[in-house]
Design a protein around this ligand. Structure first.
Ligand SMILES: *Cc1c(COP(=O)(O)O)cnc(C)c1O
Length: 487
């Protein structure tokens, strides 16, 4: 399997899965994609239907990472996708069959002739779907670093979900340290406790006296200091990482099998979207031959993607135009994985992708409305919609009353938009991206009660916390990293 950049540089070079695993952007600023998508045969699809999550992950990943010996990859997926790691299920599931599944499918009911269900992706250590890929990434990083005798210092900025998923994935991993910047006193008590209560010596929480943008600016400044970056082996785990995207392909297959009886059926997926990482994995599953009818892109008030799929205009937002919403993990100004889809939409023409994303940088966007390419969006199965805070509150209340199920604000965005795209006879699977406890304020507003708290998280906020407070100052952060890397 060879990987290429969406912007076409180094077209003659070979890049294996392991080559691109630890890096971010391609040299030309593009994103990596496989030179060809592997196709799944009817025989394979039939055989995969009954596999465990770990073994299904092995089958899918081995098509994309043929440079990792099969036995090693199988050991990695079996170590990653265990019932122990993904056991933070709701209390009412704890004794049932769901407790042993990694991504259980919960049927809500039939609406407009379509069976509506939730694919639970947030039963991992941090109660958000990012654990699904990040846990694998932790094991892949450790494996690859050990093989080459290398170390890596991950520097990141977080306002919540990504940072904690990265820390829980990398804790205790040989050869990896994590330096995670978060805005001091700006996260919820639950999210703060999730991160700061980690006592692992390779995890460093830095509470920056500033807002999330200050944290992100510091990470950018450090990454642009190439000498520092090389000396201290600084890396990232952001959402453009190819391994994260491909690990997410697995649950589209798992969800498809759970929602169908035979491989002749088709299924639609509704995906709460921000950086287009999650739904990009759905696109790849479809390109591999999984019978997906529609990929429903759901956004909140930050509707960059909905606007594109409705109009053909991609218009990135300025910081001041980016809303802080009650589904904060979807509050994005541009969608960092979107370029991968645009590459496929344009028939894999890197010169045009390069031009369009230059336009993004110079003019703030591009317009495909008039070009024949936009019409092809339908062939790729994409539709979209957006929701507001009031929509989320309504959806949370409705699902609780009608189906006795509590959903979080992001999943509520997905459900609201899913309902706008139901087709009789086609199951609609809404991806559940987080558990309600992470966004308790809106649950209290919608339901006038406390969110459900999985038993493993009782008393979390009272645990001792370990973090360092630093001013929003690049040099101070660099000094902190240097002092804790043993170089
Ligand atoms: C990250 C995240 C999203 C958005 O996923 P993308 O891959 O960025 O589109 C949605 N919901 C939750 C809870 C998240 O943490």
């Amino acid at each position: 399997m060879n990987y290429i950049s969406t912007r076409g540089a180094g077209a003659g070079e070979r890049h294996t899965f392991s080559d691109i695993l630890l890096g971010g952007l391609a040299k030309d600023g593009g994103l990596y994609l496989p030179a060809d998508y592997p196709r799944v045969s009817a025989d394979e699809l039939a055989r995969w239907r009954t596999l465990s999550y770990a073994d299904l992950a092995f089958e899918i990943l081995s098509k994309f990472s043929d440079d990792i010996p099969a036995e090693d990859l199988r050991a990695l997926t079996r170590r990653t996708y265990t019932a122990q790691t993904y056991c933070h299920v709701r209390d009412d599931d704890a004794s049932g069959a769901l407790a042993t599944q990694i991504t259980p499918l919960k049927t809500l009911g039939v609406e407009n002739g379509a069976t509506l269900s939730l694919l639970e992706l947030s039963n991992g250590p941090t109660l958000a779907f990012k654990d699904m890929a990040m846990q694998l990434l932790g094991n892949l990083f450790e494996y690859t670093l050990a093989k080459h005798g290398e170390t890596l210092n991950i520097l990141g900025a977080t306002s919540g979900d990504t940072g904690s998923a990265a820390e829980y994935a990398m804790r205790g991993k040989q050869g990896v340290r994590v330096f995670m910047l978060s805005p001091h006193l700006k996260m919820s008590a639950f999210q703060t406790a999730q991160m700061y209560s980690l006592q692992d010596p390779n995890i460093f929480n830095v509470a920056v006296e500033g807002v999330f943008d200050d944290c992100q600016d510091i990470v950018k400044a450090v990454s642009n200091d190439h000498a520092f970056k090389a000396q201290y082996k600084i890396g990232t785990v952001n959402s453009i990482n190819w391994a994260r995207v491909v690990a997410q392909v697995v649950y589209y297959f798992k969800g498809y099998f759970a929602a169908t009886q035979s491989n002749d059926e088709r299924v639609s997926f509704a995906v709460p979207s921000g950086n287009f990482g999650n739904v990009c994995a759905g696109h790849i599953a479809r390109m591999m031959g999984l019978p997906i009818e529609k990929l429903v892109v759901a956004t909140n008030e930050n509707d960059v993607l909905d606007e594109f799929f409705r109009t053909g205009i991609y218009r990135v937002r300025k910081a001041a135009e980016t809303y802080h919403t009650s589904s904060p993990s979807m509050d994005i100004s541009k969608a960092s994985n979107f370029e991968r889809f645009v590459f496929d939409l344009l028939g894999r023409d890197p010169a045009r992708v390069l031009q369009l994303f230059r336009d993004v940088e110079e003019k703030g966007g591009f317009d495909l409305a008039a070009s024949g390419d936009f019409a092809r969006v339908q062939q790729f199965g994409f539709v979209s919609g957006r929701s507001s805070h009031a929509d989320r509150v309504d959806a949370i209340r409705d699902v609780f009353e009608r189906y006795d199920t509590m959903i979080d604000t992001h999943t509520a965005d997905g459900l609201k938009v899913a309902r706008e795209h139901l087709q009789p006879g086609i199951p609609m699977v809404v991806l559940e991206t987080a558990q309600p406890i992470k966004f308790g304020e809106t649950i209290r507003e919608a339901l006038l009660r406390e969110p459900e708290r999985p038993a493993a998280f009782a008393g979390l906020e009272a645990l001792p916390q370990r973090f360092e407070i630093l001013p929003a100052d690049v040099q101070r952060v660099k000094d902190f990293v240097a002092a804790h890397t043993g170089d």
